[in-house]
Structures are given as structure tokens and as C-alpha cells.
Design a protein around this ligand. Structure first.
Ligand code: FES
Length: 80
């Protein structure tokens, strides 16, 4: 499951949909700027790189997004 976000500037971002805390859907969270807030317990994640904003050493998976016409493609970004 992947949470895909389209921002007002036309940019697209995607991160793992499952919150690493207890599994809520981050796609259902509130987005402000580049931050999504988990709807269950308000952990906050960067939608650009998956960083947990309260503890930046922790990241959830993030994905590269490509849009072609009406189709949206996501590909996992390799971690070093
Ligand atoms: S399930 Fe996301 S913060 Fe608890």
C-alpha cells in the first residue's frame, strides 16, 4: 500500500501508506506543506522523503512518482 500525494504546485510524492506506529493509513492524514499527520496518533512524516519528523533518524519507505496522462506510476527508491 502506497500513499500518493499531489501538491498544489503540481508535484507528486509517495510514501509507505502504513504508519510504522500502529498501521493507520497515512493517505488519510492531514497534509500541510510537505508534512502528513497520521490520523490516529498524530505522528508526522515528510511526504518527500518519508522522514518521521519527530525523530529524523527513522524513515518510512518512499517512492519515486511518474505521471503519464491519467496514469500514476510509483517505484521504490533504493536506500544506500
Ligand atoms: S498509527 Fe500513526 S501515529 Fe499511531
Amino acid at each position: 500500500m502506497v500513499a500518493v500525494f499531489r501538491q498544489e504546485d503540481g508535484s507528486w510524492h509517495a510514501i509507505d501508506d502504513l504508519c510504522p506506529h500502529m498501521g493507520a493509513s497515512l493517505a488519510e492524514g492531514h497534509v500541510e506543506g510537505t508534512t502528513v499527520t497520521c490520523p490516529w496518533h498524530a505522528w508526522r512524516f515528510c511526504i518527500v522523503d518519508g522522514t518521521w519528523e519527530d525523530n529524523p533518524r527513522v524513515k518510512t519507505d518512499c517512492f519515486e512518482v511518474k505521471v503519464e496522462g491519467d496514469e500514476v506510476f510509483v517505484r521504490e527508491i533504493e536506500r544506500e
